[in-house]
Ligand binder design. Sequence first.
Ligand SMILES: CC(C)(COP(=O)(O)OP(=O)(O)OC[C@H]1O[C@@H](n2cnc3c(N)ncnc32)[C@H](O)[C@@H]1OP(=O)(O)O)[C@@H](O)C(=O)NCCC(=O)NCCS
Length: 163
Amino acid sequence: MTGPWSVRRLGEEDWQLHRSVRLAMLLDTPGAYGSSFGREVGFTETTWRERTGQPVFLAEREDGLPLGTATLLRPEPGTDAEIVAMWVAAHARGTGVADALVIACRDRAVAEGAGVVRLHVMLDNPRAVACYSRLGFVLDGTCGDVPGCSRMVATTHGIAPGR
Ligand SMILES: CC(C)(COP(=O)(O)OP(=O)(O)OC[C@H]1O[C@@H](n2cnc3c(N)ncnc32)[C@H](O)[C@@H]1OP(=O)(O)O)[C@@H](O)C(=O)NCCC(=O)NCCS
């Protein structure tokens, strides 16, 4: 990956970009997201607009090439914030994009008043577990309802870039 890049929050008007990136990541890593290209390719514009209304962050090169994405699910009062749909394009892995996306989610979580951020990861995805661990998340032993899936948690002040 060469050239300047940055992270921005998508707006509802970016729903087609969000759709393209989401479908690309479902094809790239089908086992990581509890969903599938086949399921989501048929979603309507209304659904994509609603989804893009969540805090969806996109890392992109200055020329508009998408590098990665992450979404922060807004916490209900009294609950943790949750990072979902985290993906870094293969050509951009190991470059700090993952850190920047998680930090953007952390900052949004703080703005939403959350003190804890959680996420779910497949335990047979050691690269993801290592990445989140470096950023300050710990496996808390709680399994989700998907076999092989575990929860990781961090306080917002404990999340920091590790590279
Ligand atoms: C998971 C993902 C977002 C992480 O982003 P990334 O840019 O690859 O992550 P980083 O390179 O910053 O960190 C990966 C870490 O895993 C380590 N690693 C790489 N391959 C590994 C392996 N096979 N086993 C253990 N650790 C591994 C790296 O050394 C690095 O750790 P370090 O910084 O302590 O050296 C990205 O790989 C991705 O999008 N993967 C496909 C989709 C996916 O799995 N999404 C996550 C869903 S929860």
